[in-house]
Design a protein around this ligand. Structure first.
Ligand code: XMP
Length: 510
């Protein structure tokens, strides 16, 4: 496996994903993880991610010095190159011209890292500083017009530094560079395959759970569906699936998920209608964080009650969740270098729980979860659904959630998604949904004045939800969606299209 030390880069997940796509497991760790702890993962190589800091600033993030004494190959990317060069005796300074975007890399020596590449390669830069003096023992491999040390290496120690980003698609042969690092330099084994994962996961959970019983919460989203299916294959009727219908789901969502689980042969599946409880607890609550916490706690409370009441005959020892790798990484270390933006629904658990938690998908990225689902014969249309947040439509109604508002939003959202599917636009978008802005504005319909709510349409292109761009939607499609919503949904007389990127806006509204 490969350890990615994260220096605060928005691309750390992208690096890990690229490594996994090449068939090698990657684990992201905080930049200052002690060398001893890194060794416990037995990595074949270490990658230093980029990051927004400058090594010229006091207290900029540094890896533990011991990392350089492990005898393990290191690839430093961008800030990662600079911090490595600086700590090993080189010098970094603010570049004359800041390089952002595509640049032409001129490769002087290919070595193992650039094996198979041309003499000139298009690469992607995003940093102001650069290495101006390389450490002793290092040689220069490549440069650009404004950056003479765009690639450096100490071939004896197997330390490599590149100023550009091989993980982004703008670097045309980036995957080849990463592959060279993994297989020519680290001699990593290609053993991270979703087909093997399926077998391993089922085996591991069969052993771990033994004859105990497990409760799993189905939320309607892809992750909990796949997690439940893995567990069902491992322990069959010892799995008790509960679908809490919070009343905060999209149209037909509870029904579709229940149907597909029944088709999988789930014996123990309960659908708990709980809309009334959720709406009562959310009554009068405006604050987004408060809403998220109430929903998370109510969810768990209902599970505990179900576990006690419905399964008295089977003592439930474990509670399974569909937490995936990015959820876990983001909740573990937002502390020092990022502020908390939102509480994640899956993770706002009360401290005292009656069961132990298991997370079958805790090491997987979304695309790996989907491929796993396909291998277990789950329907493609459910697996490739856009992500849906745990707190559901509650975070897509700004302010108080009421039954009337939910009904309006559900109808508008269904029209929106239906039109996207019809126009073959749905699969081009990473996530699309409608949002209700319960602000009334004046309109005119027929000859009468209307005074109704606003619906905002959000559609974003993204890789992992960490950053996102608004989707450039065909205008005729937008027009069709807008006129259908205003015509067909009672309570809405105005439709907006959201053209904000993340950052600065988040994808969801709360
Ligand atoms: P934001 O709004 O933070 O969303 O830009 C990024 C991605 O995360 C999803 N999201 C959640 N998913 N529980 C989830 O399972 C949550 O509480 C939650 N909040 C946001 C959001 O839909 C988007 O895909």
């Amino acid at each position: 496996m490969i350890v990615v030390l994260n220096f605060g880069s928005q691309f750390a997940h992208l690096i890990a994903r690229r490594v996994r796509d090449l068939g090698v497991k990657a684990e992201i760790l905080p930049f200052d993880t002690p060398a001893k702890h890194i060794l416990t993962f037995k990595p074949a190589g270490i990658i230093f991610s980029g990051g927004p800091a400058s090594v010229l600033e006091k207290r900029s993030p540094r890896p533990a010095r011991g990392v350089f004494h492990l005898g393990i190959p290191i690839l430093g990317i961008c800030y990662g190159e600079q911090v490595m060069a600086e700590m090993l005796g080189g010098k970094v300074s603010a570049g004359l011209r800041r390089e952002f975007g595509k640049e032409m890399l001129v490769i002087g020596r290919k070595g193992e890292l650039f094996n198979g590449l041309g003499k000139n390669e298009v690469v992607w830069f995003s940093h102001g500083d650069q290495v101006v003096k390389i450490p002793k023992g290092f040689v220069r491999f490549a440069s650009t017009h404004d950056c003479s040390n765009a690639a450096i290496a100490d071939k004896t120690l197997n330390f490599y530094g590149i100023q550009f980003h091989p993980e982004v698609t703008h670097t045309k042969n980036g995957t080849k560079i990463l592959s060279n690092f993994l297989f020519n330099i680290c001699h990593a084994k290609k053993d991270w395959r979703v087909a093997d994962l399926k077998k391993n996961l089922i085996g591991v959970f069969k052993n771990h759970i033994g004859s105990d019983h497990v409760l799993v919460g189905i939320s309607g989203g892809v992750d909990s569906l796949v997690a439940a299916t893995v567990l069902h294959k491992a322990i069959g009727s010892q799995l008790h699936a509960v679908f809490v219908d919070t009343g905060l789901l999209r149209e037909n969502e509870a029904r579709d998920a229940a149907l597909s689980l029944r088709a999988q042969g789930f014996q123990n599946l309960r659908v708990m209608p709980a809309e009334a409880v959720f709406l009562r607890r959310l009554c009068g609550v405006q604050d987004p964080e408060q809403k998220r916490k109430i929903i998370g706690h109510t969810f768990i409370k209902i599970f505990e009650r179900v576990a006690k009441r419905e399964f008295r005959r089977y003592p439930i020892k474990y509670f399974a969740q569909g937490t995936i790798y990015p959820d876990r990484i983001e909740s573990a270390e937002p502390s020092r270098h990022a502020s908390k933006i939102k509480s994640h629904h899956n993770l706002t658990l009360p401290e005292k729980l009656d069961f132990e938690i298991i997370e079958p998908l805790r090491d997987l990225y979304k695309d790996e979860v989907r491929r796993l689902g396909l291998l277990m014969n789950l329907p493609k249309n459910l697996l490739w659904r856009h992500p849906f947040p745990g707190p559901g439509l509650a975070v897509r109604i700004v302010g108080e959630v009421t039954r009337e508002r939910l009904k309006i939003l559900r109808e508008a959202d269904a029209i929106y998604l239906q039109e996207l599917q019809r126009a073959n636009e749905y699969d081009k978008i990473w996530q699309a949904f409608a949002v209700l802005l319960p602000l009334k504005t004046v309109g005119v319909m027929g000859d009468a004045r209307t005074y109704e709510y606003i619906v905002s349409l959000r559609a974003v292109d993204s890789i992992d939800g960490m950053s996102a761009d608004w989707h450039k939607m065909p205008q005729d499609l937008l027009e069709r969606i807008s006129s259908r919503i205003v015509r067909e949904v009672r309570g809405v007389n105005r439709v907006l299209y959201d053209i904000t990127q993340k950052p600065p806006a988040t994808i969801e509204y709360e």
